[in-house]
Structures are given as structure tokens and as C-alpha cells.
Design a protein around this ligand. Structure first.
Ligand code: ATP
Length: 247
């Protein structure tokens, strides 16, 4: 077991690469650390290995506090792996942690983190195509999002501003108008091989928004044409102040 308690590493000049981080990793667990460049992954690993001295906090490995031990006495090794695999969720870890600015923003199994990102940062970071994150408001018992009228989400109160999150894989395209769909024009069609990633330009009160849908290869969407992106409500996630609304 590796336990980190309030681990902080501040470099001279004031960069806080690891910021009051708490984490427990079980014995034998395959644990992956993900996050954008500069979020502190390398510094965290180097600090656990003893190659950096933490500014504060402590590191316990197998019940022994190793914070003051030199690297050679920690029985820890490091190898580097290209992180480019991670957006496709090919990292077959037991659990993953997503880091941002020296902190862990979510820890869970890969499917928990992919299917229920805890905040909009993780939602936009994890996944081969970024999640649609569209501003909206709860009004008259429905969610009003970019012109679409969508079912009210549990845990959201009338009048609240929200962000509606839906992966492009859970968005269908319709050629005819629907109230529960995002109306727009097809601006980009990317061939993904067995499917297309379609980008719609949708006019809304918040200005022009981009809505993406992954559609089957036989859908043949036409660039420039009108289209309606129909969300699968059962897959929608709703965020308030950047955090997932848990009913
Ligand atoms: P990448 O994915 O690009 O390897 P990372 O998540 O591993 O990034 P770190 O290399 O740990 O990130 O860097 C975290 C922050 O600490 C960055 O702002 C970086 O510039 C800063 N940093 C790293 N090493 C030092 C150092 N020796 N001195 C000063 N600042 C540093």
C-alpha cells in the first residue's frame, strides 16, 4: 500500500507542482495517473520515488514512512510510458486518477471516470472525442439547452444554470426538426473509418455553439445541410458550477 498524506511539492520560484495531495494505492493495484502536460504527474512520481523532496506532507509505503528515506532505501522503480494511449481509454488499469494543477480531480475505475466524469475538466479531458458541454438553464420544468427542450434532470432546481454533458457517441442525427434536438448546420464531417464525427454549428442565446455527434458510416451527412442532433437523455450528465449533479 502506498499512502500519500497532504503531499506538496513547491519548486523554487513558486510552482506548486503537487498540491496537498491525498491518495491511497492498494498493494498490487494497477493504478494509472492521467492529466494534461504540466499537471504534476512526473513530479508526483519523482517525489514518491525520493528523487524530489516534498515541501510538506508524507509518503508511507508498506506501512513505513519513507518521506525522509533516500531513493535506494524505498524499493521503488520508475519507467516512462507514452501517455498518448490514455484518451482512448486503452489504459487497462484497475483505477485511474486524473490530475489537474497538482491535484487529483477524480479517482475511479476507467469506466467510472469515462461514464461519469466528476467535473467538466475530467469530462473534456477523458475520451477520444471530447464530450459536448453545452450551457443551459432549467426553466418551466425542462432543461433549455441551445434551443432544445430536454427533460428536467433530477437534482436540478427551477431557474438554475447548468452545463449539459453528452458524449458525441450518444448523439443521433435527424434530418427533420424535433423539439428535443439541437438544430444546426453541418460544418465538419470527419471520417473515423466505420463512423463519422459530425460537427453542427448551432445558434443559441450564448452565441454559436458546436455540437458533435458520431454517426454510423451509412448516415452520409452532407456538409452545409441542416441537421438536428438528438441527445440520448439516459446518457446525459448535468454539471452545476463545474461539478456533476448527483441526484
Ligand atoms: P508532462 O505530461 O508534460 O510530463 P507532468 O504532468 O509530468 O507533465 P511535471 O513535469 O510534474 O508535469 O510539472 C509540473 C509543474 O512543475 C510544471 O509547471 C513544471 O513546469 C514544473 N516543474 C517541474 N519540474 C520543475 C523544476 N525542476 N523546477 C521548477 N519547476 C518545475
Amino acid at each position: 500500500m502506498i499512502s500519500l498524506h497532504g503531499l506538496t511539492k513547491e519548486f523554487p520560484g513558486g510552482v506548486r507542482a503537487v498540491d496537498a495531495l491525498d491518495l491511497e494505492i492498494a498493494d498490487g493495484e494497477f493504478f494509472a495517473l492521467l492529466g494534461p502536460s504540466g499537471c504534476g504527474k512526473t513530479t508526483l512520481l519523482r517525489t514518491i520515488a525520493g528523487l524530489e523532496t516534498p515541501t510538506s506532507g508524507n509518503i508511507v509505503i508498506g506501512g513505513t514512512d519513507v518521506t525522509a528515506l533516500p531513493p535506494g532505501r524505498r524499493d521503488v522503480a520508475m519507467v516512462f510510458q507514452d501517455y498518448a494511449l490514455s484518451p482512448h481509454m486503452d489504459v487497462m488499469a484497475d483505477r485511474i486518477a486524473v490530475m489537474s494543477a497538482g491535484r487529483i480531480t477524480q479517482v475511479g475505475t476507467p469506466s467510472q471516470v469515462f461514464q461519469r466524469p466528476a467535473n467538466t475538466f475530467v469530462a473534456s479531458f477523458i475520451g477520444s472525442t471530447p464530450m459536448n458541454l453545452l450551457p443551459g438553464v432549467a426553466k418551466d420544468g425542462a432543461l433549455r439547452v441551445a434551443g432544445a427542450v430536454l427533460p428536467m434532470a433530477p437534482g436540478v432546481a427551477e431557474g438554475e444554470e447548468i452545463v449539459y454533458g453528452l458524449r458525441p457517441e450518444y448523439m443521433d442525427l435527424s434530418a427533420s426538426p424535433r423539439q428535443d434536438a439541437f438544430a444546426g448546420h453541418v460544418s465538419v464531417v470527419e471520417n473515423l473509418g466505420t463512423s463519422y464525427l459530425v460537427t453542427l454549428e448551432v445558434a443559441s442565446d450564448a452565441g454559436d455553439l458546436l455540437v458533435q455527434a458520431v454517426v454510423p458510416e451509412d448516415a452520409e451527412p452532407t456538409r452545409g445541410g441542416p441537421a438536428w442532433a438528438v441527445p440520448r437523455h439516459d446518457r446525459a450528465l448535468v454539471y452545476r458550477d463545474g461539478e456533476l449533479v448527483v441526484p
